[in-house]
Design a protein around this ligand. Structure first.
Ligand code: HEC
Length: 200
């Protein structure tokens, strides 16, 4: 049997080749990862943009952005909630802070919980989303459009603003409110109302 004697020089080249191969292998592994990250960042940006469009044409800011009721929505406080109460048989409700603020907004809600609230009428704690939040209209949103809205809401600047708590029916409240008068026979609910919030 013939023995091959490896010279130190030959071994050195071999080590270099091994190092180069390892470097190539790791570059091969990170390049697709980087491309994937870029693609998903672009996808997220497109999703947020779709959400911005939907939220605008669906008029979420009408109730949830201060100033809207008085003809001057404040762009610096978009979706930070309103202190104008809506009084009806449900008590007094306030359009809530939808910005990602951790303590006063939706910052601790998951995207799925936000979607459930405006698409199925159930809050994070399972309680019903009360009038006049028109969630029944939004229950026909496709899941991808609903998630685009939630993604957009999570992208707006967080505004710290605590909206007043719900006032139960019959309890006094002295702040600014719009009061719904008792309905005429025509407007009175005739059993066509949804069976219950969160049922979808
Ligand atoms: C006509 C007024 C009005 C419009 C328009 C409106 N909302 Fe609301 N929304 C409310 C009110 C009032 C509440 C609070 C209901 C309650 O306290 O039970 C609310 C509650 C919510 C909640 C639950 C938040 C929480 O902290 O409990 C979410 C999420 C929400 N709205 C999202 C939206 C989105 C998204 C849109 C547009 C697609 C929208 N709303 C349009 C009035 C409105």
């Amino acid at each position: 049997m013939k023995h091959i004697a490896l010279s130190p020089g030959f071994m050195f080249v071999g080590v270099l080749l091994l190092a180069a191969a390892a470097a190539l292998a790791s570059a091969g592994a990170t390049a697709p990862k980087a491309a994937h990250a870029m693609a998903s960042a672009a996808g997220r940006a497109a999703q947020v943009e779709r959400g911005r469009y939907l939220v605008t044409v669906m008029g979420c800011g009408d109730c949830h952005t201060p100033g809207y009721f008085y003809g001057a929505p404040d762009p610096a406080r978009m979706f930070s909630g309103s202190e104008m109460g809506w009084r009806g048989p449900w008590g007094v409700t306030f359009a809530r802070n939808l910005t990602p603020d951790l303590d006063t907004g939706l910052g601790r809600w998951s995207e799925d919980e936000i979607v459930r609230a405006f698409r199925s009428g159930a809050k994070k704690d399972g309680s019903p989303v009360l009038p006049p939040m028109p969630w029944q209209d939004f229950s026909t949103l496709t899941i991808s459009d609903a998630h685009a809205i939630a993604a957009y809401l999570m992208s707006v600047p967080a505004v710290k603003h605590r909206v007043p708590d719900i006032v139960p029916p019959g309890k006094p409240y002295t702040g600014a409110i719009i009061e719904f008068p008792p309905p005429t026979a025509w407007d009175a609910p005739r059993g066509g109302a949804p069976a219950g919030a969160g049922s979808k």
